[in-house]
Design a protein around this ligand. Sequence first.
Ligand code: ZN
Length: 139
Amino acid sequence: MDSLNEVSLIAPCGMNCGVCMAYLRERNKCPGCRGPDINKSTSCTKCSIKNCASLQKNGAGFCFGCDTFPCDRLKRLDKRYRTKYNMSMVENLENIRRYGPAQFSMNEKAQWSCSKCGGTICVHKGYCYSCGEPLCNRT
Ligand SMILES: [Zn+2]
């Protein structure tokens, strides 16, 4: 996979679709937030962040481009992910702003790579999608 595709896997909210179980699964694979609306859950197609009017206007393509960043909507999502999956959208967005989307996705790739088989650790499952190795090398 080339880096351009990986960059397009970073959703406006800072989610890396590349580590989402809907993207990693073999059947009915989701193309990612920025991809076409096929094989997506309703929560993704009807997502209030993806469909947010100020996001579409801010020109950055990410939530950090908004004057209201981080807005309550994003903070709620961020809290849910921090609590359930130990991952922060706001932190991701700050890193994307600081390093740029290309560098961010390279960092992400390293962070979510399975130390055992090189597969991808799924953020939702907390283990490698290829071999089942649990997430252990994340800080
Ligand atoms: Zn593995």
